[in-house]
Design a protein around this ligand. Structure first.
Ligand SMILES: *Cc1c(COP(=O)(O)O)cnc(C)c1O
Length: 384
């Protein structure tokens, strides 16, 4: 983040000064300009700026029609907000396990779940949405989710917090579901200097609804049609994001190059058995890569490996001053706050195994090939 700042410092400070001079701090022309630019980037019809990615998820769900008492299917292997936003909309999260290759929500399991549910209940209508997460910057299988949406009449809401600039079959993340939530948290691929988020939608009517919801449910000042909230974006964040936006394609391309370098060096060091899906890769290799969907343009928010003796490896890397992270150490269905759902260890075996094995290696656009080499050499030293 420091390296990125050094390259754009003058422009960022000028943009912040512009907002201060305008004395327009909440919403206003900077936010509106950002909304147009993000809509154009993603291919969605409209975008609605808001306070955070979490807020964006809530707006996306409510605009898509989620009401108290509904259920929403989502992945057991994501950041907490994917599920807590469902609860905040008054609905119940229904966790489904992930695909063992990509670790994205498993569309085949979702389909099976919906068919089983149709047989069991006369009222499947209270299941109104599916929330796939484009984990680590790779889109979930949107071909299959589109078919499921048509077959069962449910809305697809994307959690695209990690996936700005990602694509599925040439279509942008953010234009794949009826609504989609992005986060501009400071670690995300496109990041603000504070909290911010945006919702995109293919439906202009939903965009209007979300503009109202993020501003106290108020179509005009001091008149309230429904219970909204203060979920507005501030202008300084929009101005900073607009400085960065023209760079996002290059930054994502750098991330893809770094990922290719990692792939090559890990394979070259004999640590992986090459780029295959996890089912067919050599189970004895100390490191396994995640599967890459051929339809996906992956933007590598994270470069994640599955490692044997993961926690020891992480400690070893830390001793060499190499940072790594675990996204995520405890699947959502096992979080204490969701104990009311009555799920237990063993219910989502793929997510639970992933939580024991995943390790995110250093990944940011300004990373150098020498640094990547050093990371891979250190991993090789650990396993030798
Ligand atoms: C970051 C993130 C969020 C939440 O975004 P905030 O801006 O931190 O509120 C939601 N879902 C996923 C998958 C995320 O990575």
């Amino acid at each position: 983040m420091r390296r990125q700042y050094d390259g754009i410092r003058e422009e960022v400070l000028a943009a912040i000064a512009r907002v201060c001079d305008s004395q327009s701090f909440i919403l206003g022309p900077e936010v509106e300009a950002l909304e147009r630019e993000i809509a154009a980037l993603t291919g969605a019809a409209s975008a609605v700026g808001c306070a955070s990615g979490t807020e964006a998820l809530w707006l996306a769900l409510v605009a898509a029609g989620v009401r108290p008492g509904d259920s929403v299917i989502t992945t057991a292997f994501s950041f907490f907000a994917s599920a807590s936003a469902i609860v905040r909309a008054g609905a119940t999260p229904v966790f489904v396990d992930v695909d063992p290759g990509t670790l994205n929500l498993d569309a085949a399991l979702v389909g099976r779940h919906l068919r089983g549910r149709q047989l069991r209940t006369k009222r499947p209508e209270n299941l109104c949405a599916i929330l796939p997460v484009h984990l680590y910057g790779q889109c979930a299988d949107m071909d299959r989710f589109d078919r499921i949406a048509q077959e069962f009449g449910v809305a697809i809401v994307e959690d695209a917090a990690q996936a700005i600039g990602a694509e599925w079959s040439g279509r942008g993340a953010g234009a794949l579901g009826v609504t989609a939530a992005f986060s501009f948290y400071p670690t995300k691929n496109l990041s603000a200097y504070g909290d911010a988020g945006i919702v995109t939608t293919t439906c202009p009517r939903m965009a209007e609804h979300m503009r109202q919801l993020r501003n106290h449910g108020s179509p005009r000042r001091y008149y309230h049609d429904e219970f909204g909230w203060n979920g507005r974006m501030d202008a300084i964040q929009a101005a900073v994001l607009r400085v960065k936006l023209p760079h996002i394609a290059d930054w994502n391309r750098n991330r893809q190059q770094h990922a290719a370098t990692y792939d090559q060096l890990l394979a070259g060091a004999g640590l992986t058995s090459g780029l295959t899906s996890s089912q067919t890769s050599n189970q004895l290799a100390p490191v396994r890569l995640l599967a890459r969907s051929p339809q996906a343009k992956h933007v590598f928010h994270q470069y994640v490996i599955r490692a044997q003796r993961r926690d020891e490896l992480r400690k070893f890397l830390a001793e060499r001053k190499i940072g790594s992270e675990i996204y995520y150490p405890l699947p959502l269905h096992l979080q204490p706050v969701f104990s009311y759902l009555g799920l237990k260890a063993g219910d989502m075996p793929v997510s639970e195994q992933a939580a024991r094995e995943v390790l995110a290696l250093p990944m940011f656009p300004e990373l150098t090939a020498a640094e990547i080499r050093c990371v891979v050499e250190s991993i090789a030293d650990f396993y030798s």
